[in-house]
Design a protein around this ligand. Structure first.
Ligand code: A2P
Length: 316
């Protein structure tokens, strides 16, 4: 499997297990299956509401001793209600407590969007937001740096940042984010963002690589296209004797981005890691390149509320 290389030489297995939407009752078993079958990269976030259950898997697996903590890369993300200076490290410490770990490998600012600290879950109206003037991203970032200095996290980065947002942050700091985790799949290939990140030493991880069909209906457009049912993807899958999911995962891995398919199903968890064993040829890559419809499943529109300052989050 390809590995992502960080600026200090650390490496990360490209394929990881996603845990967004993984139910509390299923995620402990899913993470245990993943770790016991070769996954060494687990992607978490406070807002997924299941870090304590993910932590149970870490505790059990590390106690068994077959897989050691230092062999696994654990990513988590700071939620939007903890952007204020004084809230960043306490939020990180809560995540560490839930995950039953004493450090993270990577901590990301989840969105370039801030909520008032008392907002638990999702805002109910424009008054629940803080503007970026009230909660400047650079102040949040400087706390992330402090967390790194304190050894609570090894690497720091961002998620859902557009090129302009990255540029703004980079203009204000000497420490460029090490990762940008964004939606990325054949319908949203993000070539400009990839090029910008590559030039600036920022790794990229692809979320929703399979189209996140298990999102809540409120987050779905009525007529959204299916990635897993795309005829080109399925034709290529048939040619390689792979599943459509495996082709989608392999495509990201082959382009040297991280990729974090979510599954709580044993067969699919194992199948997804095995994607690394296929090889897409030039013709496959060319056909997939033609599917770039600039289609987003996770539009960010849910943060664009009349009366708040968040509009056109992706600047596109
Ligand atoms: P399940 O958890 O039952 O396996 P994404 O990673 O883009 O958010 O997509 C997650 C969705 O894709 C979930 O509904 C998950 O269901 C499903 N899924 C995961 N792996 C595969 C696969 N290899 N083939 C088809 N569907 C998959």
């Amino acid at each position: 499997m390809k590995k992502l290389k960080f600026r200090n030489g650390d490496t990360l297995d490209a394929i990881g297990l996603g845990t967004w939407k993984s139910e509390k009752g299923k995620v402990t078993e899913a993470v245990k299956i993943a770790l016991n079958n070769g996954y060494r990269h687990i992607d978490c976030a406070a807002t997924y509401g299941n870090e304590a259950e993910v932590g149970e898997a870490f505790e059990e697996v590390f106690k068994e001793g077959k897989v050691k903590r230092e062999e696994v890369w654990v990513t988590s993300k700071l939620w939007n209600n903890a952007h204020k200076k004084e809230d960043v490290i306490p939020a990180l410490k809560q995540t560490l407590k839930d995950l039953k770990l004493d450090y993270l490998d990577l901590y990301l600012i989840h969105w370039p969007v801030a909520f008032k600290p008392e907002v638990d879950g999702f805002p109910e109206g424009p008054g629940d937001y803080l503007s970026l003037e009230e909660a400047p991203l650079i102040e949040t970032w400087n706390e992330m740096l402090k967390a790194k200095e304190q050894g609570l996290v090894k690497h720091i980065g961002v998620s859902n940042f557009s090129i302009p947002k990255l540029k703004e942050l980079m203009a204000e700091t000497d420490f460029t984010p090490e990762m940008n985790q964004v939606e990325l799949h054949p319908y949203l290939q993000q070539n400009k963002l990839l090029e910008f990140c590559s030039k600036n030493g920022i790794n990229v991880t692809a979320y929703s690589p399979l189209g996140s069909g298990d999102r809540p209906d409120a987050m779905k457009a009525a007529d959204e296209p299916s990635l897993l049912e795309n005829p080109t993807i399925n034709k290529i899958a048939k040619k390689h004797g792979a599943s459509a999911g495996q082709i989608l995962i392999k495509w990201s891995e082959q382009r040297e981005t991280g990729v974090i398919p979510k599954s709580t199903n044993e067969k699919r968890i194992i199948e997804n890691l095995q994607s690394a064993g296929y090889q897409l040829d030039e013709d496959d890559m060319k056909q997939i390149a033609e599917l770039d419809y600039h289609f987003r499943y996770v539009t960010g529109k849910f943060f664009e509320v009349e009366g708040n300052s968040y509009h056109n989050i992706y600047d596109d």
